[in-house]
Design a protein around this ligand. Sequence first.
Ligand code: PLP
Length: 379
Amino acid sequence: MDKKSILKTLKTPCYVIDEESLIKNLKILKNVEDRTGCHILLAQKAFSSYCAYPLISQYLSGTTASGIFEARLANEEMSGRQIHVFSPAYKDEDMPELLEICDHIVFNSFSQWKHFRAMIPEGCKTEFGLRINPEYSEIETDIYNPCFQYSRLGITLENFEENELKGISGLHFHTMCEQGADTLERTLKIVEEKFGKYLYDMKWLNFGGGHHITKPGYDVEKLISLIEHIKKKYDIQVYLEPGEAVAIDAGFLVTTVLDVTKNGMNLAIVDTSAACHMPDVLEMPYRPFIIDSGEPGVLPYTYRLGGPTCLAGDIIGDYSFEKPLSVGDRLIFTDMAMYSIVKNNTFNGMPLPDIYMLHEDGTTELIKEFGYSDFKCRL
Ligand SMILES: *Cc1c(COP(=O)(O)O)cnc(C)c1O
């Protein structure tokens, strides 16, 4: 059976992690690590389906976390690999555990660094870094731009306290989103101009995430030369922590048509919700791709697809199909592994989609099944 036929046999709604595509991404990333000696970490914020962590750990150097829970997850499910953490602000009660399990802890301000350095025990192996804000970003959407005006993320040069660097091993910047090596090149130029003088005394520079390394057309050779340039010039290690690039196009969301109606155009209601199961469709916003569909009007039958919640704006988008949709038809959304499973919710009492793994050999494995208790236990 082909992938599509296999997916259509599953109970919906469900996410399906595509092992074959995940491996394809991981091989591209491992090649960058092997050729440059840099370390690439999974940003768990984008994808934390830990059923895939044993696989990911065969290719990447470890994970990065946004706080105590992701760090703990990495420690439990990918132990033995590196664990890094960055949070805009840490809490006192979490620091002892972070100090125990993390290889790198990155602070967002000198005040956080000065507060927590007193807690570092004698002989602690953890290395400490500071997130800088180079005040340069090519991201147009403010909600995803860590360099927009008055951003709380990272230390600007004006606020950089160069006399407080004792105990700091590295710098970290994260200013990109779905961008290419040319953006990285321009960003690094600014980072070097502003903060380069501090890098000579550091052990590492972390380039953050937002690198679209596994997207077709990404200039991997340029990335490699940029990593080599930084490593050589400052004699430091380079870390990258992509989320999206690890899990891009490595999963599906399978849904069933529940009803077909009309109001000025053809409408279809499916058993998956934009608001609950793919919130980035509304937040980014973007139009997810459906297998065997076209842009509205391209194929003979066009429908506006919406979810079964009461939210008027719970609209996935307009799609055209070869044949009219009927109740019971399965539709397959692509690129649903990243920033979907980690962001879903049970608003409106919506059930959470089950999670399957589609193995390389074509077999499917039910990883998680959700039900009423998952809705009730959060309320
Ligand atoms: C979001 C984030 C990442 C991962 O970003 P992607 O766009 O998914 O690659 C990495 N590091 C930090 C600090 C982040 O906030």
